[in-house]
Design a protein around this ligand. Structure first.
Ligand code: GDP
Ligand code: GDP
Length: 438
């Protein structure tokens, strides 16, 4: 299931960050062992009335002149148009309607994306409502008054957001073709990989889909089966500001990963693995997607009989939070091992969808418990009653215990390893929920 993406656009100081933080709440830092990603307040998971969506703040740096404000707003708006299902255009009732608002509103209107005009800082409806009506002049629909600071109007705004989401059964979900996102830093060879795969197969099926973001998808037929590649390199953005480029690249990655079943994290063999690679891989890990680490430009490396081992070791060290991911050494230039990606993609998807019968799971847990005693604290020992798989993509398990506090992270890891020993689950993370049963 791919989650809808909602993007926030607006001038500096209208209250974008305040609204973002309010909506993101404590959801921001759920995963502690993923480096980097959770600290960036660029995107967050939000839940409203049983609908989950990814919220993106497209605005980053504080510009210091009006010219820069307008060009930056255009840039933000373009990112939102490229990536979002619904755009929240935030204005400020206290600053009133300004020229740059009108220009950006024009741009958003032309994109035909659903846009909600949100007028913030309406801390008192009775006092400020007359000023809100002025925003009708933007021609992008009814202004929704809110106060992010006093939490007014937020529920009505979220209702309006959700009303624009595709119905639960979207076309994408009916579509059972594997969806593969190719992510990675600039210049690691993402486009080269796609182009080479296209060249090998010589079959291009054009995607005619409703939304603009699908325009960057490439469908490739291999062995009679179609694969949809979501390429984050396809859209390039020019910006002189490094932070802005990075923000853009993270937003592109998040939205591509969101729509994918399997993520190919491409790494440049010549450059070696870096923290930035870990940050990108972390996005796929956090979302529980299938992951394949693709070390590209393998042709350009001087090799001896230790090179692969050393390389693997270094990749595992930097990406220690995803030991389950398969590593492949390829070359987009020579085509070496690229064809094998398809088999790996199929395997990872099968593992993401694998369901283990409850009886078998409980046998494995009983055996694991017999081999290594569960932890205890102050004379009380952890008891594990029952395990069952409750979901796929990623495979998710619930373990019922006597006392949650006694279930150490390391013991969950131990059980995870036992389950992996039995079933592999290569390429996919596993999720565990611990519940108490008295
Ligand atoms: P951003 O630059 O668009 O991200 O704006 P911020 O979220 O940083 O907010 C800019 C300023 O507006 C801060 O001083 C906030 O405290 C203030 N602010 C945000 N929302 C509201 C609101 O609903 N009412 C009032 N009165 N002030 C707000
Ligand atoms: P992207 O920004 O990730 O899409 O990277 P590109 O596909 O544009 O590739 C960046 C540069 O790396 C180009 O100059 C490519 O020719 C080069 N490149 C890509 N793949 C390989 C490879 O497998 N081997 C070598 N030697 N160079 C490669």
């Amino acid at each position: 299931m791919s989650k809808p993406v909602v993007a926030i656009v607006g001038r500096p100081n209208v209250g974008k960050s305040t609204l973002f933080n309010l909506l993101a709440g404590e959801m921001i830092s759920i995963v502690k062992d993923t480096p980097g990603v959770t600290r960036d307040r660029i995107y967050a998971e939000v839940n409203w009335l049983d609908r989950d969506f990814t919220l993106i703040d497209t605005g980053g740096i504080e510009p210091d002149s009006n010219d820069i404000i307008l060009s930056q707003m255009r840039e933000q708006a373009q990112i939102a148009i490229d990536t979002a299902d619904v755009i929240l255009f935030i204005a400020d009732v206290r600053q009133g309607l300004v020229d740059s608002d009108a220009k950006v509103a024009d741009m958003l209107r032309r994109s035909k994306k659903p846009v909600l005009l949100v007028v913030n800082k309406v801390d008192s409806f009775s006092k400020f409502m007359p000023d809100v009506y002025e925003f009708y002049n933007l021609g992008i629909g009814d202004p929704l008054p809110i106060s992010a600071a006093s939490r007014l109007g937020i529920g009505d705004m979220l209702d309006a957001v959700i009303a624009h989401f595709p119905a639960n059964e979207t076309e994408e979900e009916d579509d059972d073709r594997p969806r593969v996102a190719i992510v990675g830093k600039p210049n690691v060879g993402k486009s080269s990989i796609i182009n080479k795969l296209l060249g090998e197969e010589r079959v291009i099926v054009s995607d005619i889909a409703g939304t603009t973001r699908d325009a960057i998808d490439t469908t490739i037929k291999h062995d009679g089966k179609e694969y949809v590649f979501i390429d984050t390199a396809g859209l390039r953005r020019k910006s002189k500001i490094k932070e802005e480029l990075e923000r853009y690249s993270i937003i592109r990655t998040v939205t591509a990963v969101e729509r994918a079943d399997v993520v190919l994290v491409v790494i440049d063999a010549v450059e070696g693995i870096t923290e930035q690679d870990a940050k990108i891989a972390g996005i796929a890990h956090e979302r529980g997607k299938g992951v394949i680490i693709v070390v590209n430009k393998w042709d350009a490396i001087e090799k001896n009989n230790k090179t692969v081992k050393e390389y693997e070791h270094e990749v595992r060290r930097v990406l220690s939070f995803m030991p389950y991911a398969e590593i492949m050494f390829v070359s987009a230039s020579t085509g070496q091992r690229l064809i094998k990606l398809y088999d790996m993609i199929d395997i990872v998807i099968a593992n993401q969808n694998m369901r283990i019968a409850t009886g078998v799971l409980n046998e494995i847990m009983a055996e694991a418990v017999a081999m290594q005693q569960p932890p205890s604290d102050k004379g009380k020992r952890l008891k594990l009653y029952y395990i069952t798989q409750v979901a796929v993509k990623p495979p998710t398990f619930v373990i019922f215990v006597n006392d949650k506090e006694l279930m150490h992270f390391s013991y969950t890891r131990y059980l995870e390893n036992k389950i992996r020993e039995a079933f592999g689950f290569k390429g996919t993370s596993l999720k565990f929920f611990i519940r108490e049963r008295k």
